[in-house]
Design a protein around this ligand. Structure first.
Ligand SMILES: Nc1ncnc2c1ncn2[C@@H]1O[C@H](COP(=O)(O)OP(=O)(O)O)[C@@H](O)[C@H]1O
Ligand SMILES: Cc1ncsc1CCOP(=O)(O)O
Ligand SMILES: [Mg+2]
Length: 313
């Protein structure tokens, strides 16, 4: 395994194989450990500590600078940027557009975590605007991704009530709009980029008993995106958190000890652990989806009338 991770111009690769993807994810983890990329996080007030600790545990260098005038300074020199809309207060709302613009100009990949989009109106409008700035990766739960695609969604607060499968067409639609990857989390994670869809079998239900597991995943995706292409970043982060969670589960008595063990297991994770995870990945072609699972047709649950910028209807 090499730590030299080639930067790729596009997200999708023809004839992608699960073993190759696992190897690339492993190389990306090694590269994160070697390069310790600075990850600028415009994140929420609830889970900022877990996001920072997860980034440190994976080997990245987190910084949470959400002050107008400062946030873009950090984005200009960061390896990756996370924008998490969990608590979009006045400072974050003032920061976000100049910070994302600065990141784009500097070639810094940015990740959007659309927390509770579809449930709450201010952040839903903000997220719709941000999609036009083409995040390298959108990382959300199934309800959030459905809402981003303009489909009716069943989020309850920050949690999803839609299934990951029900967000498949939405993920394809958002990926086509942004040109980046879309990662839908749940019992099995789904990553869509271009015409490639990857299912990732990793994780533990205890992740849903710790606030910020999804937010931490968004931070990890930004760290991986600093060293590799969007689809490898999304898959690598999903594998890393999922495998660490499975190991933490074996040591935990409940959510509190699980969270502590989760950070330990992220810290202990090695490239070899991801290299061996090829069997957890199922790589599919979006075009090869069976009929009946409409990718571009009318949404199963009807439309909110909102449209993703650039999305085909
Ligand atoms: N039932 C489950 N079993 C195993 N892992 C899960 C389950 N639900 C969610 N996860 C994992 O928990 C993490 C957070 O996902 P999720 O709860 O969907 O995000 P969010 O907190 O943003 O709603 C992801 O790594 C996901 O794979
Ligand atoms: C509970 C809560 N409220 C606003 S942000 C937030 C944290 C959401 O974290 P996650 O999306 O990782 O579950
Ligand atoms: Mg979330």
């Amino acid at each position: 395994m090499t730590s030299a991770v080639p930067l790729r111009a596009t997200t999708a690769r023809p004839a992608m194989r699960s073993a190759t993807l696992a190897d690339d994810a492993a190389a990306a983890l090694v590269a994160v450990r070697e390069r310790a990329p600075l990850v600028q996080c415009l994140t929420n007030e609830v889970t900022t500590n877990l996001v920072a600790n997860a980034l440190l545990a994976i080997g990245a260098s987190p910084a949470m600078a959400a002050v107008p005038g400062e946030a873009e300074q950090l984005a200009a020199v960061a390896g990756g940027l996370l924008v998490n809309l969990g608590t979009p207060g006045p400072d974050q709302r003032a920061c976000v557009e100049p910070t994302v613009t600065t990141a784009l100009r500097a070639g810094v990949p940015w990740v959007l975590d659309p927390v509770a989009v579809g449930v709450l109106s201010v952040r839903t409008r903000l997220a719709e605007d941000l999609l036009a700035a083409r995040p390298a990766v959108v990382r959300g739960n199934a309800s959030e991704v459905r809402a981003l695609a303009g489909l009716r969604s069943s989020g309850r607060g920050v949690d999803a009530l839609d299934t990951v499968d029900a967000a498949y067409a939405a993920a394809v639609r958002v990926s086509r709009a942004t040109g980046g990857a879309v990662a839908v989390s749940g019992p099995t994670d789904l990553v869509v980029a271009g015409d490639v869809a990857v299912r990732v079998e990793a994780g533990d239900p205890l992740l849903t008993s710790v606030t910020g597991a999804g937010c931490a995943l968004g931070g990890l995706v930004a760290a991986f995106a600093a060293v590799t292409d969007p689809i490898t970043a999304a898959v690598g982060a999903s594998l890393a958190l999922g495998i660490a969670a499975e190991r933490a589960r074996a040591l935990a008595r409940g959510p509190a000890s699980f969270q502590v063990a989760l950070l330990d297991e992220l810290h202990l994770l090695r490239g070899e652990d991801l290299e061996a995870a090829g069997e957890r990945l199922t790589v599919d072609s979006v075009a090869a989806r069976p009929a009946g699972e409409a990718v571009e047709g009318a949404p199963a649950g009807g439309s909110t009338g909102r449209h993703v910028p650039g999305a085909r209807s």
